[in-house]
Write a protein that binds this ligand. Structure first.
Ligand code: CA
Ligand code: CA
Length: 216
């Protein structure tokens, strides 16, 4: 091989070694289209916007949480959890009783990673619109409804013809984790005691859960 050809090849080889020091392994990936609910406690399979989802959940109606347990994880230093979170219909954010606060949490191995509220209120001119805590934690944080959303004004889950809409968030958390077992829990503490149909008033679902183990 002549030298002119060898040098670029060597360069590419060295560069690619440098970028592959860390190794990522996808240890869980589920878009729910096949109906796979293995390892999930309180699984509810539903449909939203043409896609199979885990939901809809409401702690005052059918169920307010699911728990995914992964065993026998490969050796790792970090875990990254990502998924789509759909906030359906008339969530009230930081409002107080009887409307809220509408709290949503994500726990890993029993430790709280997200403790927040969401609001789907409409901020029309002259209207008070209820703030939400997300992207920060509840309490003592006041953001506009739908702040940090990936998509807004998706159809409502309960009534496609009503004024209710769905807001989509992309949740991603990376954290130190070395145990061979991982337990992911998502749950709500929704409040709407005056609604005749709680799940129709406000609910949530999850799709495209991806969990990645990284070795440093
Ligand atoms: Ca899906
Ligand atoms: Ca509420």
């Amino acid at each position: 091989m002549n030298k002119k050809l060898l040098y670029p090849i060597l360069f590419v080889f060295m560069f690619s070694c440098k970028t592959h020091v860390n190794s990522d392994t996808v240890v869980y990936n589920n878009d729910f289209e096949s109906g796979n609910i293995a390892n999930i406690d309180n699984a509810i399979l539903g449909q939203f916007n043409g896609s199979a989802v885990l939901g809809q959940y409401n702690s005052n109606a059918n169920a307010g949480n699911f728990k995914l347990t992964l065993n026998s994880l490969p050796k790792h230093d970090l875990i990254t959890i990502s998924f789509d979170l759909y906030i359906h219909d008339s969530w009230d954010g930081n409002k107080t009783a009887p409307d809220g606060p509408d709290i949503w949490q994500m726990l890993v191995d029993g430790k709280t990673y997200i403790n927040t509220t969401f609001s789907n209120d409409i901020c029309a001119a002259g209207n008070f619109c209820s703030p939400q805590s997300y992207p920060l934690n509840y309490p003592n944080n006041y953001n506009n409804p739908k702040k940090g959303a990936y998509k807004i004004n998706l159809p409502g889950a309960c009534s496609l013809t009503g004024s209710n809409t769905t807001t989509q968030y992309k949740i991603t958390k990376t954290f130190t984790h070395t145990s061979s077992t991982l337990v992911l829990q998502c749950l709500d503490k929704l409040v709407q005691s005056n609604a005749p149909d709680q799940k129709c008033d406000e609910s949530w679902s999850v799709d495209n859960i991806n969990i990645k183990a990284t070795t440093l």
